[in-house]
Design a protein around this ligand. Sequence first.
Ligand code: FAD
Length: 472
Amino acid sequence: MDKAPSQPRTVAVVGSGMAGLVTAHLLHQDSQRRFRVTVLEKNKQISLSAESIAIPSNEQDEPVWADVPMRAFAGGFYHHLIRMYDYLGINYHSQPFLFSFTRLPRHPQRETIPSPRMIYASNFHRLPPIPRTQDLVQWMLEAAFALLCYFWFTICVFLVTPVAEDLRTGSAGESLDAYLRRIHLPQTYVTVYLLPLISSVCTCSHEELLQFPASDVLDYKRRTHQQQHYVVSGGVRSVQDMLLQGLDVRLGVELTSVSPQDTGVDIQYRAPDGRQQSEHFDLIVLAVSPDIAASLYPRLNKPLSSIPTTTVETVAHTDDFSIRPMLHATASSSLLSLSLGKKKSPATQARTTQRIHILSTHLTTESVHEQPNSIFVTTNPIFQPDQSKVIRSARFTRVLRSPHSRMLVNSIFQDPLKRSSSTLQSWRSGDHGVYLAGGWCWDGMVLLEGCIVSAMRIAKDLEVCIPWQMEE
Ligand SMILES: Cc1cc2nc3c(=O)[nH]c(=O)nc-3n(C[C@H](O)[C@H](O)[C@H](O)COP(=O)(O)OP(=O)(O)OC[C@H]3O[C@@H](n4cnc5c(N)ncnc54)[C@H](O)[C@@H]3O)c2cc1C
């Protein structure tokens, strides 16, 4: 039996990442007060900024928060995220980057890390320093090669569309690997520059990245081309604080199963004291990764189990050993002051060019993001930093993409008419009172924008007004 209009529907939002918090915020602010929202999180902290680190400051400045993992965004691609930040009054600033590319041998040794092969300034915002350890003529040839390949790739991104999936036959679309071969992008450029750069965004191995749908990478490149990158000035902690306002949150609660009933959904969970408990809600939003959603709700096991995932490690530390060759190679550059953190306050440093060092083997990429005050955040470490210099390390599940998983995801979220017969799922998000949200719950790279789009989709389905869309 439906509840009387005066009685709000109870909603459990499982997961306190960006997707869970935005969904909970949207339903909670419903002008007709039709939902009573409870956020359930298995960890003891809200996860959106749980791993962020405060950069110590000796000066009068406010402490600087370095987001771990990185929560950067760019114009063009993050349309809804930016609209939401503007609506919430979040301060963010443009963040130029300098990327250094170092090619490691097949069996890299900590003691013999080579100096960088090339340095690239995001959006060509400045002339990058020439590594002084390189022979100038050789460097100029390499730079000309890299530039030519970059321009060829950019032209293809705009003019050569990837082969689309065939909804009638169910054949999946083109992978990045097949696309790069089709446009004849030189293999050296692909392995030394392109894959390491994209895999530092997607934080996965080169082989996993090559299996991504080409459309994901092309769409990201097309939409972010010549656009600024941004970061939230006070770190995503400020976003978290805004989204949490007025919400009922239960930490240390681990959901163990979901069982839809004739009306509403029964859930089982492990309470903070370790006891198994059950509770009934009218609706449930699983804002978790697909492997977890599949394990909680057997109905989702088949469609979600073939969505690839991986685990990513990030380490915040003060061990500069892996970038010493880079520091040596650019020692004459004025940029050295950035890494040594002497000339500028942490707040000012955070707003000027930041350096990301990309060290790659033929298989994988480690990225080292320099933070103010000589703090480094290494993602996917090939070399483990000295344990005594580690501030904090964390592991994250990263949802990957493939042409096949893309069709499955679209099938769960799209209009049935647009879904292919081979991947057509009888279950759609929202059926039987169970919704899915997350960075992976849309047709694109698994980034923060997907969290906002999937949360907005749930709000729309429940006829909740989205405040940052009102003037659109
Ligand atoms: C290293 C790294 C760098 C990144 N850099 C960027 C970037 O610069 N820009 C960008 O846009 N994106 C970036 N991303 C991607 C982005 O961070 C993710 O897409 C996004 O955070 C996913 O959010 P989510 O809410 O979908 O899931 P999550 O943040 O994974 O949240 C899921 C939550 O569910 C909780 N949970 C899981 N199981 C249960 C259970 N059984 N019961 C209760 N709670 C449970 C988890 O504890 C977690 O809090 C990066 C990701 C990584 C790993």
